[in-house]
Design a protein around this ligand. Structure first.
Ligand SMILES: [Zn+2]
Length: 221
């Protein structure tokens, strides 16, 4: 905790003061650019990744960047999505998976979930991910399984996201975009799903986003 307490001091006395105009503006209200859904993994920093500031991203995080389908529970995910879409009126939703994801590893190695009933139940929302990979990708090594599994999981969660009425209504109006991203933490690269190529492409190349269900087998990143 010593590191965190020292950080609080540094923040209050240096960082906050240096950006007081920004924080004064933010104290009047928020109008974030996007809803950013990602894993709770400590190695991901959405603001650092996108070089954005406080106020730019409305963030939803959990183990495995999971979006339970609408009606699958009354958890914080549905409430957060509803607020971001209906109240804040975000124009973009990003679901960002990542390499070396422990939650996805657990989806394919259920024995590591022993004695964790809540996590086991939560990761059931990635059961489609498990089935898609096991039934469509053969002769895949553990590393490839994790890589492809993380990518497929982002696409599965995009489909789950579409089941939320607030999202479905705005998609029908054509004023909401969903983006499927993958962050490769070993290199810092971000890939976005391209609905035309039906693959994740480097961030500099992807333009045509928001994939739909029909898709090719994915390749390793
Ligand atoms: Zn993760």
């Amino acid at each position: 905790m010593r590191k965190l307490i020292s950080g609080l001091h540094e923040y209050q006395h240096h960082v906050f003061k240096a950006q007081k105009e920004l924080f004064a503006k933010l104290s009047q209200g928020q109008s974030p650019e996007a809803l950013f859904i990602t894993c709770s993994d400590s190695r991901i920093d959405p603001n650092m990744l996108t070089q954005t500031e406080p106020g730019d991203l409305f963030v939803l995080r959990n183990a495995g960047n999971i979006v339970p389908p609408y009606g699958a529970g009354h958890g914080g995910e549905a409430a957060t999505i509803e607020f971001a879409v209906d109240k804040l009126g975000v124009k973009d939703i990003i679901i960002c998976g990542h390499s070396l994801c422990g939650a996805i590893k657990a989806v394919f190695n259920r024995e590591v979930l022993a004695d964790m009933p809540m996590l086991t139940a939560f990761l059931a929302h990635a059961e489609s991910t498990r089935r898609i990979v096991l039934e469509n990708y053969h002769d895949i090594d553990p590393e490839g399984l994790l890589n492809i599994g993380s990518q497929e999981n982002v696409l599965v969660q995009v489909e789950n996201l579409r089941t939320h009425p607030s999202v479905a209504a705005r998609l029908a109006k054509g004023d909401l975009n969903i983006h499927a991203w993958m962050y490769k933490m070993e290199t810092g690269a971000v890939f976005g799903y391209d609905a035309g190529d039906r693959q994740f492409l480097p961030a500099t190349e992807f333009m045509n986003q928001s994939g739909k269900s029909s898709r090719n087998k994915l390749v390793g990143l």
